[in-house]
Structure formats: structure tokens, C-alpha cells
Ligand binder design. Structure first.
Ligand SMILES: Nc1ncnc2c1ncn2[C@@H]1O[C@H](COP(=O)(O)OP(=O)(O)O)[C@@H](O)[C@H]1O
Ligand SMILES: [Mg+2]
Length: 232
């Protein structure tokens, strides 16, 4: 049996607005197996970021079940969530979220040092990853000395360094020109080939097509994407 990394069952999530609750995610069912590369495709306001926050253990669900790498997140105390998040999720954001005063090496190893890894081991891990990502010659540069595509590679390296169960990317090519965006998507393909499980969120079908499977979210409801419908 294939191992499930993400299993989301009948999840609902809303936001309180005064006395009302606005329902955003509605009865979401979503499973990701180890080694998959899945895109979540949906228009603005459809609930992508809300779903990403739940998958990434940054927000709690209102009802339903969420299992991440075998752990029942819906039953996990909020005080333990940070640790779960650091262990299981490698985040990649549209705007990279690099620390501007740190060089590339420092940005990549910082999360490892926070987790208690020794400096020498963290550097060794970083050196191997940057070779894979083609940024080994940029280790002592600061983010503002890098192109957008290089910055995104650094943020991917930082995510990979912690050896997370999944890479979770929110519009990873959203700030890039189309050539650099294509390179980042190709890199995701390579990382997936190497066994990494990837969940990528996007509003752009061309971007979503880089994934091996696409699910659609519309008005907070998730469904498998039927490629044939686009041809009609
Ligand atoms: N913190 C919040 N409080 C109230 N409403 C919110 C909040 N965050 C998002 N929403 C609403 O939830 C819906 C989905 O938002 P979001 O998950 O950000 O969608 P997407 O990322 O697909 O654009 C939108 O209608 C948005 O206005
Ligand atoms: Mg969003």
C-alpha cells in the first residue's frame, strides 16, 4: 500500500466576521501520497491560501480530520504545531521570504541551527543541496545580489535542508519572469524525480501543468481536475 503523506477528510474552515462566520473551505477531501507532485489550481478568493495554511499547520480547521505523515493534526495541541511544522513542511513562498541581511549560506542553514544542528553539519548539508540547485557559486551573496530565479532557488534549498515530508509551495513562480518560472518548475520536476513530495498552489493552469496531478478549488470546494474539460 502506498504511504499517504496528507489525508484531509471532510474539512471545513471559515472566518468570523463580527457575528457571522463566512464559510471558506467546504467539505474538503484531499489525499497526497508519498512521492506525488500535485498542483492545487484555483482562482483568486477560492480558498487556496486558507487551505495552504491548514496543510502547513499554520491554522486550525473548524471540523473534519487532517492526518499529516500519520499524525492526527486535528488532535494536536497548538503548542506542538510549530515543531510539527518545522519537521514536516518545507515552505516556498511567492516572495521568497529570505532574510536580507544574511547571505545565501546563512539563509539556508538558519532553520537547521535553530533546530539544534551543529554548525559544521549544517554547512555540509547546505553544500550538498546548493550543488543540486545550481547556486553553489552564490553562497556568500546577499539576496539583493541575486536574480529572482536564484532567490527562489535559495528558498527551495532552505526548504529542502530540513528534509521535510512535503514541499509546500504557494505561487512559487508568481514573482518570476516566464523563463525563470519555467526553470523553477523544471527544478520541482527534478526534485520530485528524486523522491520529494510536492504540493504547489497556483491560479495559473500553465504552471499547474508542471505537476503530475491537478486538483481544482472553486468557492472552497475541491475536485479532481479533468483535463478534457479545457478542450471543450
Ligand atoms: N483572515 C480572514 N478573515 C476573513 N476572511 C478571510 C480571511 N482570509 C481569507 N478570507 C476570505 O476567504 C476567501 C478565500 O481566501 P484565500 O484563502 O486567501 O483565497 P485565495 O488564496 O485562493 O485567493 C476570500 O473570500 C477571502 O476574502
Ligand atoms: Mg492566496
Amino acid at each position: 500500500m502506498e504511504e499517504k503523506i496528507i489525508e484531509i477528510k471532510n474539512v471545513n474552515k471559515g472566518y468570523r466576521l463580527g457575528d457571522d462566520v463566512v464559510s471558506v473551505l467546504k467539505e474538503i477531501n484531499f489525499t497526497v501520497k508519498k512521492g506525488e507532485f500535485v498542483a492545487i489550481l484555483g482562482p483568486s478568493g477560492s480558498g487556496k491560501t486558507t487551505l495552504m495554511n491548514i496543510i502547513g499547520c499554520m491554522d486550525v480547521l473548524d471540523s473534519g480530520e487532517y492526518y499529516l505523515n500519520g499524525r492526527a493534526i486535528h488532535d494536536t495541541k497548538e503548542s506542538e504545531m510549530t515543531q510539527v511544522r518545522n519537521q514536516e513542511i518545507g515552505f516556498i513562498f511567492q516572495n521568497y521570504q529570505l532574510i536580507p541581511t544574511y547571505n545565501v549560506m546563512q539563509n539556508i542553514i538558519m532553520p537547521l541551527l535553530i533546530r539544534g544542528m551543529g554548525h559544521r553539519e549544517a554547512k555540509k548539508q547546505c553544500t550538498e543541496i546548493v550543488k543540486l540547485l545550481g547556486i553553489a557559486h552564490r553562497l556568500d551573496h546577499r539576496p539583493n545580489e541575486l536574480s529572482g530565479g536564484q532567490k527562489q532557488r535559495v528558498s527551495i534549498a532552505r526548504a529542502l535542508a530540513s528534509e521535510p515530508a512535503i514541499l509546500l509551495a504557494d505561487e512559487p513562480t508568481g514573482a518570476l519572469d516566464s523563463a525563470s518560472g519555467q526553470e523553477v518548475l523544471k527544478l520541482f520536476g527534478n526534485l520530485n524525480q528524486l523522491g520529494n513530495t510536492i504540493v504547489m498552489i497556483t491560479h495559473d493552469l500553465k504552471v499547474a501543468r508542471a505537476a503530475k496531478r491537478i486538483v481544482r478549488i472553486v468557492d472552497g470546494r475541491l475536485s479532481e481536475y479533468e483535463a478534457t474539460r479545457e478542450l471543450l
